[in-house]
Design a protein around this ligand. Structure first.
Ligand SMILES: NC(=O)c1ccc[n+]([C@@H]2O[C@H](COP(=O)([O-])OP(=O)(O)OC[C@H]3O[C@@H](n4cnc5c(N)ncnc54)[C@H](OP(=O)(O)O)[C@@H]3O)[C@@H](O)[C@H]2O)c1
Length: 329
């Protein structure tokens, strides 16, 4: 029997940006042990998608070309691989495909069941797909690195969230406010009202001198900074931190790795903590349930059809999304 083909968007080498994306017809993949085949209903983009194409993660990812990028998806299970007991054809799910497999810019994609969770009807495919890397990163930074308890039971903490209008930042604001926190946030002028509406107690325009100094208008010193922007030096954070304050840097470059090492070696009470997402299915399930309960929302920057994936790719490269960029069928 002839192989079933699907439409996909892929690239063949490092670099090239939007022009490097190619629309192709490729065979629909077959799920292996512990895997499911999904017909995709939505994908969301992350900065790591264009950074991977640019070669910033080489030699780790991608392992081989051509590569169908994108990790964050929502879809319907159409086939299950051997040994899959907890999903069946027809189930609606949200999944993290990971940087090794990728595959999100195909009509169909293979997902590992360990990083696939049910999507209830109250959560749209776009809302679910938005959650994956951005929501999981915000969750990990707050719960694991900053020690915020999302049931509100922990001690009160002052939190600063930079780039609070972005994918990670807008989830971080909402999740932080589920805990016992005071949240200061930074974003551009056009998003001040949005970030306030997500629950931030005070919001700074990062292009003003007060915003650039990260100074809390009400005089708070931060116990933790969920640092989702880039290009802010330790000397700007340091005077704003409480005595044991931590900066959790989700885009650590050479200078923050240096600060991390120096602070560790000198037993500094104020620390810089580099963070790399370690995705967990149970945390994704928790986030999907929060959306279902109306306690967390996905702000959608824009939606694009797969046939115009280039428009979405140009937007994520641009770095000015408000919330999540979504690609639908
Ligand atoms: N470590 C990990 O595992 C991990 C996981 C996820 C993401 N990341 C990294 O984390 C970073 C953020 O990711 P993201 O998905 O949230 O990005 P994003 O959605 O592309 O962020 C865009 C937003 O950031 C705002 N912004 C940019 N610079 C800012 C600044 N200096 N101060 C305040 N706001 C600023 C922009 O506002 P304007 O449009 O107004 O400028 C825009 O709304 C990226 O570098 C990404 O690669 C790392």
């Amino acid at each position: 029997m002839a192989e079933k083909l699907m439409h996909a968007v892929r690239y063949d080498s490092y670099g090239g940006g939007v022009a490097g994306l190619k629309h192709v017809e490729v065979p629909v993949p077959t799920p292996g042990e512990g895997e499911v085949l999904l017909k995709l209903e939505a994908r969301s983009l992350n900065p790591v998608d264009w950074k991977t194409q640019k070669g910033m993660l080489r030699p780790l990812f991608p392992r081989k070309f051509p590569f169908i990028p994108v990790s964050d998806v929502a879809g319907e299970v159409v086939e299950v691989g051997p040994e899959v007991k907890n999903f069946k054809a027809g189930d609606k799910v949200v999944a993290y495909l990971g940087p090794l497999l990728g595959g999100g810019l195909g009509e169909y994609a293979i997902a590992k069941v360990s990083l696939t969770v049910p999507r209830p009807p109250e959560v749209s495919p776009a809302e679910g797909a938005g959650l994956v890397v951005a929501g999981l990163t915000a969750h990990m930074a707050l719960t694991q690195s900053a020690g915020v308890k999302l049931d509100g039971s922990g001690p009160r903490k002052n939190i600063l969230i930079t780039a609070a209008s972005g994918g990670v930042g807008h989830y971080a604001v909402q999740l932080a406010k589920l805990g016992n926190t005071h949240v200061t946030a930074t974003c551009g002028a056009r998003n001040l009202d949005l970030v306030k509406s997500l629950g931030a107690d005070e919001v700074l325009d990062y292009k003003t001198s007060e915003g650039a100094a990260l100074k809390s208008p009400s005089g708070q010193k931060y116990d933790a900074v969920i640092h989702c922007a880039t290009g802010i030096s330790w000397s700007v954070f340091e005077p704003n931190l409480s005595s044991k304050g931590k900066v959790i840097d989700i885009t650590p470059g050479p200078s923050s790795m240096w600060t991390f090492a120096v602070k560790k070696l000198t037993f500094s009470k104020k620390q810089l903590v580099p963070l790399l997402l370690a995705p967990k299915g149970e945390n994704l399930d928790f986030l999907v349930k929060l959306v279902k309960e109306g306690k967390l929302k996905t702000v959608i920057d824009s939606k694009h059809p797969l046939s115009k994936a280039e428009d979405a790719w140009a937007k994520i490269i641009d770095g000015h999304a408000t919330g999540k960029i979504i690609i639908e069928p």
